[in-house]
Design a protein around this ligand. Sequence first.
Ligand SMILES: [Zn+2]
Length: 215
Amino acid sequence: MDTLHELTELFRAFPGVGPRQAKRFVHHLLLRGEDAENLSSLALKLRKNVTRCELCRRFFAKDLPLARAGGAQAGGAFKKCRICRDEKRDKSALLVVARDIDLEAVEKSGSFRGYYFVLGGTIPILDTQPEKRVALKELLARVEKSAAEGLKEIVLALSANPEGEHTAEIVAYALETLSKKYNIKLSVLGRGLSTGTELEYCDAETLKSALKNRQ
Ligand SMILES: [Zn+2]
């Protein structure tokens, strides 16, 4: 495979990018050498400077200036994100989302004060190995740990489309034993979300009402 083809294939693997668009990206980089250089150096930095939070599994920049304020690991980097380090949040509630971008939407709406868990994706309807698609094992470990710290409710906040609903069902099924064992309530976002709604595109008011009307 030549470089042109290889890079086109790489772009094609990006979410929402088709073959024509992938070719356009490559062409853009051919015309703008400085963009090509920036892209490669930023992509390398991304791997070096961004890490996954050991609690909620979202990605965060580990070299934030905040790291100097205390609580940092050796080398000035955190293992937990800003939200998970915040002791003032509500330990009784855990909100489960598919992706980082969904967590950001809920956080921005200001309607949730508990902690989060990011599944890392959704489960396609005919998929036979859900544990390979989302962090189910890690979620169970997290719930087990949080139960000892007063967790009382898990809110499944998945998009209101077939794949989101399917994912919610599988996650709820996986959590059943632990939720009974520790008497943790399982709820899902309420009807504020109309069918087909992707969580990341929800406005603050809609998210607020969906959270309020969770069932
Ligand atoms: Zn976190």
